[in-house]
Design a protein around this ligand. Structure first.
Ligand code: GAL
Length: 834
């Protein structure tokens, strides 16, 4: 009898294993969804609901970005002036009969927001926070071998709920996960490198094994570490008797000799392959990316990576991808990170929410110092319907999930529990109702027994801070915890709690110099800085006159220009120019680095304006991905390659006095010539970051030459552009993958007979595409353009616009055609390869 049982168990295991081989563990679940933007659909969760009239689409999908912009959408210009609403998605699918007995999960990387998911008419749960990743177990309700229906409701109808553009819908990837009954749990490995030297590293792997069978399973756990070439460098195995439930953990240690360390220049990645065996048969295989590195934050000397000093030269970004809205596209994120790398940037702050996993994968691969941030608010709301009302019930789950999900990323160095949360303004700022909530929330978890608390020295907001730090440290004690505050006001409960490892604050440069006197044991970095305001291609002169807009944060501001100057002479009153801020961050060794607000312009928050503006002016790079001039200031400071950049353009009215700026490096001086005549040499002295000439305009050629010890280093010319006679199309990549996802970003300019691009052209460009591709977005960086960013036409804005072309799944040619009235159409060919 016993033998028969054993044999049948073995047979089950063998069949599970075979099925496992046929069905990949993780499959993309993005294709062929049905969608409707309506709440007609309370019955739409039912399995036999008729969705044939709904639109068919592939995820990730953001429905808000499909609209024209409008001033009356309840999100307001602050939220991007685009519609919210309620959207429904349905997908019909079959799971092979051979998978019966396996576990089937669905993983959502993110749904904005208030999602509810049903399988075959039964609700699996809700998730209010639009930035959290979550999993549902479909197994008990799946019908193997016949049709199943997943229905998802995303409710973004209550607006405003965000201070920036959030997007709406299933805007991140969805995965179907098929495993054996005994498997590595969701985000089930936790890999740390507690000892790292150049000669050796200790790698610790804690694996959480989920056993969904009713009896204890003896599991052999084998960990194999592969180097970047796929060669095994270390291996360890161990045994665990896995009981039913998710919490069985096994800890194993590997040692690696002569490890290649992860750093910014060479972000070297290993891979851990975790294999589970029962009775000698493999039942699961799970992969984790590993980077081996050590780091410290020092109070006096800043940040050290593998013992080497590194200044964090970072930027904050929101999650929209310009014309693509928030719909995740790996290539679009990669392009952003490439443009930033080229500038010398080495840090990303995921302001102010958990990011798409693809961003973190790319940061691992490309070498960024990431600050991963959980929340923009705690209990105190910032917009009427935001996450504050979900905070009490959900914060522990959302914060924990972010850290469990993200803690294996070598690129993450700082956890942030919040940005400028209202609780920072003191205990008195709490209303009674918040107090009650705070009580419930704190009592629900740990009782804080510290002396200060017992003596009643710490108020509720300080306790809340401690509580959030506790949650974070419970899940990952290897990284410092921080929050982005507005300065360090004496009554700030977040600092009073003394629970955070790093002092981080936004703006307040006046506090930089002496911060160590106030916090002698806590390292300091600038969590957010600058907030300069610029429209690409637009200049207010004289360039040394400052535009502080609005005059004070609470004062109204209007100006019919609806533009801001692209000299570094315009900023919000709480911020500074790029130069003022960088001089300070550069000067003080005790500043570990900074995250500038922002790398890219983003939809929403059109400070200092309101409608008709609908996107931000803060970016170093505009919404379309075209750098503003100050990009090159950073390039001159943050990279070592020779560079020289002069601006503005050279198309002005005769006689205008134009300020010509140059950013340069690796040289002692720059000489400027107008039509062959020298306008003099300039050298940066002291802390200077640029040089300037004040030039009465006459058309022609402006030429700059940088020199070191008398020898020419670089030459740059700008010419007055004549009447456009032709269209120039340039693709960032002319060969892309035929995978239905890859993108080519095509820039459009109008050129004169000599090939000079007009810096002021504003004509309408109409696009068509033929072959194996589609136009999925167009943009120009203009904060005041109200035409849907999905429309295949766009005005040039200060001489440029962009078309984004996506491949289909077929290989072949893609031909993009651009037409401008009065000019001959132009085509560009892109090849899609399998
Ligand atoms: C900061 C805030 C950011 C953004 C920025 C604009 O105070 O943290 O989210 O609003 O101001 O300058």
């Amino acid at each position: 009898m016993k033998n028969i049982k054993l044999i049948s168990l073995l047979l089950v295991l063998i069949s599970l294993n075979l099925a496992a081989k046929n069905t990949p563990r993780v499959q993309s679940f993005n294709e062929n969804w049905k969608f409707t933007l309506a709440d007609s659909a309370t019955v739409a969760s039912a399995i036999n609901f008729d969705d044939t009239k709904w639109r068919t689409l592939n995820l990730p999908h953001d429905w808000s970005i499909e609209s024209d912009f409008g001033k009356d959408f309840p999100a307001s210009p602050g939220g991007g002036a685009l519609p919210g609403g309620i959207g429904w998605y349905r997908k019909t699918f079959t799971v092979d009969k051979a998978n019966e007995g396996k576990r089937i999960y669905i993983d959502f990387d993110g749904v904005y927001r208030n999602s509810e998911v049903w399988i075959n008419g039964t609700s699996l749960g809700v998730r209010p926070y639009g930035y959290s990743s979550f999993r549902y177990d479909l197994t008990p309700l799946i019908k193997f071998g016949s049709a199943n229906v997943i229905a998802v409701k995303a409710d973004n109808s209550k607006q405003p709920n965000s201070r920036w553009y959030s997007g709406s819908g299933i805007y991140r990837n969805v995965w179907l996960v098929t495993t054996s009954p005994v498997h590595v749990d969701q985000w089930g490995t936790y890999i740390t490198t507690p000892e790292v030297t150049e000669n050796s590293a200790k790698v610790v792997i804690e694996t959480t094994i989920k056993n969904t069978l009713n009896n204890v399973q003896p599991v052999k756990v084998v960990q194999e570490l592969l180097n970047a070439k796929g060669k095994e460098v270390a291996k360890v195995e161990g045994m665990l008797n896995a009981v039913n439930g998710p919490s069985d953990k096994i800890s194993q240690t590997l040692s690696v000799t002569n490890p290649t360390l992860w750093n910014i220049e060479n972000p070297y990645l290993y891979k851990m392959i975790t294999r589970l065996y029962i009775s000698g048969k493999q039942v699961d295989e799970y992969e984790t990316t590993v980077g081996i590195r050590s780091f410290t934050f020092d109070v006096k000397k800043g940040f050290f990576l593998n013992g080497k000093h590194v200044k964090i030269n970072g930027v904050c970004n929101h999650h929209d991808l310009g014309a693509l809205g928030t719909a995740v596209n790996t290539r679009a994120i990669e392009r952003q990170l490439e443009i930033l790398k080229e500038m010398g940037c080495n840090g990303i702050r995921t302001s102010h929410n958990p990011p798409a996993p693809e961003l973190l994968d790319l940061c691992d691969r490309m070498g960024y110092i990431v600050m991963d941030e959980a929340f923009d608010m705690w209990l105190k709301k910032k917009t009427t319907y935001d996450y504050a009302s979900d905070f009490t019930e959900w914060h522990e789950r959302d914060l924990t999930d972010m850290i469990v999900r993200d803690r294996n990323h070598p690129s993450i160095f700082i956890w942030s529990i919040g940005n400028e949360v209202g609780e920072q303004w003191g205990e008195a700022a709490l209303k009674d109702v918040d107090l009650q909530q705070a009580n419930v929330l704190l009592n629900n978890r740990k009782v804080d027994n510290s002396e200060e608390t017992k003596k009643g020295k710490l108020g509720k907001n300080a306790l809340l801070t401690k509580h959030l730090v506790d949650i974070t440290k419970d899940v990952d004690p290897t990284r410092p915890v921080s929050a982005a505050c507005n300065g360090t006001g004496d009554n700030n409960p977040l600092f009073k709690a003394e629970a955070m490892d790093l002092i981080g604050f936004n703006y307040h440069e006046g506090e930089f110099a002496k911060i160590t006197d106030r916090f002698p044991t806590k390292p300091f970095y600038v969590s957010e800085s600058v907030s300069a305001l610029q429209s690409r291609g637009f200049y207010l002169m004289p360039s040394d006159s400052m535009n502080i807009w609005p005059e004070r944060w609470d004062k109204p501001f209007t100006n019919p220009l609806q533009k801001c100057s692209a000299y570094d002479n315009s900023h919000a009153p709480w911020g500074s120019t790029h130069e003022v801020n960088w001089k300070l961050v550069k000067k003080y060794n005790h500043i570990a680095g900074q995250y500038i607000w922002t790398g890219f312009d983003y939809l929403g928050e059109p400070t200092p304006y309101w409608w008709p503006s609908r996107s931000s002016y803060f970016g170093i790079i505009d919404l379309a991905g075209f750098p503003k001039d100050v990009y090159y200031m950073y390039q001159s400071e943050w990279t070592t390659k020779d560079m020289l950049y002069i601006f503005p353009h050279w198309n002005w009215e005769a006689g205008k006095i134009v300020d010509v700026w140059a950013y340069y490096n690796n040289s002692d001086e720059v000489e400027l010539y107008l039509n062959g005549q020298s306008l003099g040499k300039r050298s940066k002295t002291g802390e200077d970051l640029h040089v300037m000439w004040r030039v009465p305009y006459t058309p022609g050629t402006l030429k700059a030459v940088s020199r070191k010890e008398g020898k020419d280093v670089l030459t740059k010319e700008i010419k007055t552009a004549g009447t456009p006679v032709s269209i120039r199309l340039s693709a960032d990549r002319s060969t892309i993958k035929a995978d239905g996802k890859d993108l080519s970003f095509v820039t459009v300019e109008l050129i004169d007979k000599d090939g000079n691009a007009s810096p002021i052209a504003n004509q309408l460009v109409k696009f068509t595409v033929e072959g194996e591709g589609a136009i999925i977005g167009t943009d120009n960086g203009d904060q005041n353009d109200h035409v849907s960013l999905k429309k295949p036409e766009r005005h040039l804005f200060y001489g440029k616009c962009l078309a984004i072309v996506q491949s289909t799944k077929n290989k072949g040619k893609i031909v993009l055609k651009a037409t401008v009235e009065g000019l001959q159409s132009q085509e560009i060919e892109i090849t899609a390869k399998q």
